[in-house]
Design a binder for this molecule. Sequence first.
Ligand code: HEC
Length: 194
Amino acid sequence: MTRNKKSASILLCCALMSSIATTALGQSSSLGFHNTVTGEPLDFNEALPEGRDTPGVKKFLETGVDPYIEDKSCLKQGEQIFLSACSGCHGHLGEGKIGPGLNDSYWTYPDNATDVGLFSTIFGGAQASMGPQYGNLTLDEMLKVMAWVRHLYKDGVADAPWFTEAQKKAYKPYQQGETFPDDAPGLCAPAKGK
Ligand code: HEC
C-alpha cells in the first residue's frame, strides 16, 4: 500500500517535471518543430545545455520568428559561425558547393523559407552529409547562423517570407566585404557592465 502510494507520487512528480521541461524549452508541438526529412518531432532535450534560454531563444520558441534577423549586433557572430560550421559545404556566400545554395529563393525543402523550417533543418539535419547540428551549435548559435543565412540572400523579397515588411523595404542583396562594428546595439550585444 505505502509502496504503491510512493510510486504513484514519483510518477506524478516526473510527469510534472517533464511537462515543465517541455514548456521551458518551448512549445515544440504547437509551433510544429519536426525533422525536415522524417517528420519526427524535434527533441529539444538533445540541445546543448548552454545557450538554451537567451532572450532570443525564448522569443523564437514563443513566436517562431528569429529575432536576430537583420539585427546588426548578431550578424558578425552569425557570419563567424557560418564560416566555421557551414561554408565548407555550402560555400562562403552560401552559393552552394557540395551542399545546395542557401542564398537564393529555391529550397529543396520549401519549409526552409520559414524560420521554423530553417531552424528545424539546422537542428535535426537533412539527408546525406547534412547532419544534425544540435551537438555542434547551441540553440542561440543556430539563430545567429540563420540570421546570417538570411542576410546572404540575393534574390527578390517577394520570395523571402521570413523578412518583415520593414526588412523587405530596407532589403539590399548581400554586398561582399560588408563589415559590422563590434559595438552595434541590439540583442546580441554583450550585456552592459560585464
Ligand atoms: C558536411 C557538409 C555540410 C555541412 C557542414 C552543412 N551542410 Fe547543410 N547541407 C549539406 C547537404 C549535402 C545538403 C543537402 C541535403 C538534402 O538535400 O537533404 C544540405 C542541406 C541544407 C539545407 C536545406 C537546403 C534546401 O534547399 O532546402 C539547409 C537549410 C542547410 N543545409 C543549412 C546548413 C547550415 C546553416 C549549416 C551550418 C550550421 C550547414 N547546412 C552545414 C551539407 C552540409
